[in-house]
Ligand binder design. Sequence first.
Ligand code: SF4
Length: 324
Amino acid sequence: MTVSETSSLAERILRLKRKKKALILAHNYQLGEVQDIADYVGDSLELSQTAARSTAEVIVFCGVRFMAETAAILCPERVVLLPDTNSGCLLADMITAEQLKQREKELPQATVVCYVNSPAEVKAEADICCTSANAVSIAESLDNDEILFVPDQNLGHYVSTRTDKHLILWPGYCPTHTRIRPEDILRLKGEYCGAKVVVHPECRPEVIALADEALGTGGMVRYARRDDVKELIVGTEIGIIHRLRKENPEKRFIPVSEQAICPDMKLIRLEKVLQSLEEMEPRVKLPDTIRDKARTAIDRMLAIPLGGDSHGGVAGKKLPSVRR
Ligand code: SF4
């Protein structure tokens, strides 16, 4: 697409967005052209919370399905559009509610902590959700010492290195983040001697061990703004580089791997955003029971402050409002 075609499409989207009183949200991994027409760019939870705070009647979620589901859970009265229904998440697909129920029978004492990168049906079965930013605080906040952590084993392993809790890990992983290799970080550290290194906690433990910080995408964006960061080696999906360079034009950002591309994140294009606004489809809809149970697990997470403060909510596994 030429520059003038892109800008003409962008203008049509913005006109229609105003007419339909819509809010366009884009994840940090989206294509640059999609990030550029969004009202907000952020990580999945930031975007869902932005949706919940806004008064927009329609939310166009440029991300993957589990993110749009979370927005629909937090904003049940709004129309939530996902411009391409094929934009799933290979990590989220590595667990089903039935599989989780089976595992829970084998581990009746464990509290289920569910990473938000999961289907709504799995969140509905979990005791509490977490993000990559608050996973350690969530684990620390639980009275129970035994945790079944689903579905990302790498994030779960990262949490287990920062808490005394006993974590049982689900064998899921993000194929995009497992493509990031320690040898690439070592090579780049040699080439850019003064550069800091940030990686996503979905990366493998041997990659995280080489980084200055393991951060979710929202944390990476904030880290990049620090005065002492001039060059940053970035170990996550390649799409975030667009935002980092746009916000910090005087700094240098070096992706660890040009191959760290999430194909699902790249399915949403301007044409599809326009089409979804014109047709008000495809909408994300969830059964009321799933939505309400998943909301409970998300609300429990949101009630816990970052930093590991204890709370009285999830004591062991037996809270009647959570377990069925
Ligand atoms: S980058 Fe990984 S975790 Fe994120 S949406 Fe893609 S497959 Fe899922």
